[in-house]
Write a new protein. Structure first.
Length: 174
């Protein structure tokens, strides 16, 4: 990942340099008028100096676009920004993991009651309670213990359904 990020940084820096060169080439050239004086060795430009008289102040090399010090300064700034973003990404990944963990825990609890594999118990993940369904079996769809029967298959082992009474009840044969 760091190689990818450094590659992006290099592309950004090189893109900035290329843009600056292109801008310099596209800038309208300043008209220079050359005066030829008798006995002059060099042509004299009428361009006026931007620095005050008697001052020879040049901009710092790191402020000149496209210069190596300028590129290195920009690279340091981008590296600092990359480190900051990397730290933020790490924090976001931790937050995401915590939220994901909470989500799956909630999803498990929100699922509602479930039957045990043998169908003799019902468990409720919200309360953590386990209920024995004897003399009935757990209802496969709702996950709660039945309160009535319409067939012996809905009764716990050792019981039969007496459907002649109300909703039906599971009783011991005999």
């Amino acid at each position: 990942m760091k190689r990818l990020v450094w590659g992006i940084v290099v592309v950004l820096v090189m893109g900035t340099v290329v843009d600056r060169v292109a801008q310099a080439e596209e800038a309208p050239s300043q008209k220079k008028t050359t005066l030829v004086l008798p006995g002059a060795v060099k042509p004299v430009s009428e361009k006026k100096s931007a620095t005050p008289a008697g001052s020879s102040a040049l901009p710092a090399a790191e402020n000149i676009p496209g210069s190596v010090p300028n590129i290195l300064k920009r690279l340091d700034e981008l590296t600092a920004k990359l480190n900051e973003l990397s730290t933020r990404l790490t924090m976001l990944e931790r937050d995401q993991a915590a939220v994901r963990k909470d989500y799956y825990a909630f999803k498990e609890k929100a699922r509602g009651p479930t039957c045990s594999a043998d169908g003799l118990q019902s468990s409720n993940p919200l309360t953590g309670a386990m209920e024995h369904c004897n003399p009935f079996r757990c209802h496969e769809v709702t996950g709660v213990c039945r309160t009535g029967c319409s067939a012996t298959a809905e009764c716990a082992p050792g019981y039969v359904c007496d459907w002649n009474v109300g909703d039906g009840r599971c009783i011991t044969p005999g």
